[in-house]
Design a protein around this ligand. Structure first.
Ligand code: UD1
Ligand code: CA
Length: 453
């Protein structure tokens, strides 16, 4: 069976009160529509077509890399009309599944169940039962419990409005029959729209069975209309991500205070303190600990490493058992060796610091290669930029850089060298020697401080 997926995303999203199209608003760091595209891929869709709205060119532009076709619905004439716009893109497809760009958390498992329960001779409809069904299309069944049709809230009688089983909007149908039914619907209803839901009545009068399935939980089929609903689904999604982590052996100090906007891969016994934000791809090795208020983006953290409070780490790699922070900033291509210490108010960029070296306080290390067991004193700066180009600083194994040293790159400090505090190093410092550049200290004998008369 070849499956096609049509994603409806032509809504204006007025209630978002935003200049960004609704389906581009992020949930867990990715556009809502991206989540739906992922679900389409997860159910093995051979073709995917997104119906977007007039003026919404930013949608296909932003998701240009998606493996789907795009069709614009110039006028928003209803869900049935919208699906019809996508049918030309569904040639060669046996069955069509309809999803929604603003319903981001639908699970592939649920969709697979709906697809499996229905067949090419029946129509699959995902429904849910709500204590308050207001606003939704109601599922009308006959005495034997067979689905007869769907009636929209605005067109429903009082008796129909009392029905608590409602339409989620998600359906799967045989492509040829769907095309046939869509060709027969009209807009003779209160909203003057071509309702996709009208195909249910046409299917049953054609003798086609309507099979229903239900989602595991209501959040799966929750649509987003405003930023309040967006925030609610974000929290729900984050909670679930946290639960997944915990079940796989990670301690999450407070599952209500974690935000994973990308992929976080943790080995056993990782401890994540509160207010962590993860973006992109993050790997954390066994037993590593992340302190409160850290931002981790596209980074590797080795086993047993400790990242203390308030660190911002992006595009960096941290070796096993290293200790970072508090208040450290690791920028792209910072490569910190095992058992290194990077302390407070230290910024590292494009620098390799080999194992057991220490940069403990108030330093900037950029464009540098630092050997093993080097001690970089407080306030040390690599002066890597001359206003036009970046230059390299090299520090050999076992060197000791005194506090408040300026290393004017390109420059190197040999293995075992010592640099005196306060030095401005502009030429290479030889190995094993003490090098310093510093005005000699003098004491003026008999000097007296001026006094007020
Ligand atoms: C629709 C269903 C209703 C169901 C509810 C679930 C119809 C007629 N009704 O009602 O039975 O209970 O969803 O949320 O289908 N869209 C387009 N183009 C259009 C119209 C809509 O792309 O011309 C998209 C919207 O962007 C939205 C979705 O389709 O994502 C649903 O449209 P909306 O008008 O909100 O449908 P409801 O009235 O909520
Ligand atoms: Ca409507």
């Amino acid at each position: 069976m070849t499956l096609g997926v049509v994603i409806l995303a032509a809504g204006k999203g007025t209630r978002m009160r935003s200049s960004l199209p609704k389906v581009l608003h992020p949930l867990a760091g990715r556009p809502l529509l991206r989540h739906v595209l992922d679900s389409a891929e997860a159910v093995g869709a051979a073709r995917v077509c997104v119906v977007y709205g007039h003026g919404g060119e930013l949608v296909p532009q932003t998701l240009a890399d998606a493996d789907c076709s795009w069709v614009v619905q110039a006028e928003r004439l209803g869900t049935g009309h919208a699906v019809q716009q996508a049918l030309p893109a569904m040639t060669g497809v046996d069955r069509v599944l309809v999803l929604y760009g603003d319903v981001p958390l639908i699970e592939a498992e649920t969709l697979n169940r709906l697809i499996a329960d229905s067949s090419d001779t029946s129509l699959g409809l995902l429904t849910m039962t709500l204590a308050d069904p207001t606003g939704y299309g109601r599922i009308v069944r006959d005495g034997a419990g067979r689905v007869l049709r769907i009636v929209e809230q605005k067109d429903a009688s009082d008796a129909e409005r009392a029905i608590s089983e409602v339409n989620t909007g998600i359906i799967v149908a045989d492509r040829e029959r769907l095309a046939h039914w869509l060709g027969r619907i009209d807009n003779d209803n209160v909203q003057r729209e071509y309702y996709l839901t009208d195909i249910i009545g046409l299917a049953t009068s054609d003798g086609v069975d309507v099979v229903t399935a239900q989602p595991e939980c209501l959040e799966e089929v929750a649509g987003i209309n405003d930023r309040v609903q967006l925030a609610e689904l974000e929290r729900y999604h984050q909670r679930r991500t946290a639960e997944c982590l915990m079940r796989r052996g990670t301690t999450v100090m407070d599952p209500a205070r974690i935000d994973i906007r990308g992929r976080l891969d943790c080995e056993r016994d990782v401890v994540l303190d509160v207010n962590l934000i993860c973006e992109g791809d993050v790997y954390i090795g066994a037993g590593a600990r992340i302190g409160p208020n850290c931002v981790l983006k596209d980074c590797y953290i080795g086993a047993g490493a400790e990242v203390l409070a308030n660190c911002v780490i992006e595009g960096a790699s941290i070796g096993a058992d290293a200790r970072i922070g508090p208040f450290a900033r690791l920028r792209p291509e910072a490569d910190i060796g095992r058992e290194c210490h990077i302390g407070n108010f230290v910024e590292v960029k494009k620098a390799r610091i080999a194992e057991s070296s220490k940069v403990n306080h108030l330093s900037y290390i950029g464009d540098a290669e630092i050997g093993v067991r080097v001690n970089v004193g407080a306030g040390t700066i690599t002066c890597n930029y001359d206003g036009a180009n970046k230059h390299l600083t090299q520090i050999g194994d076992g060197a000791f850089i005194g506090s408040n040293t300026a290393l004017v790159a390109p420059v190197s400090v040999g293995p075992g060298a010592t640099v005196g505090a306060g030095s401005v190093i502009i030429t290479d410092a030889p190995p094993e020697q003490l090098t310093l550049s510093r005005a000699r200290q003098v004491t003026i004998e008999g000097w007296e401080r001026p006094r007020k008369k």
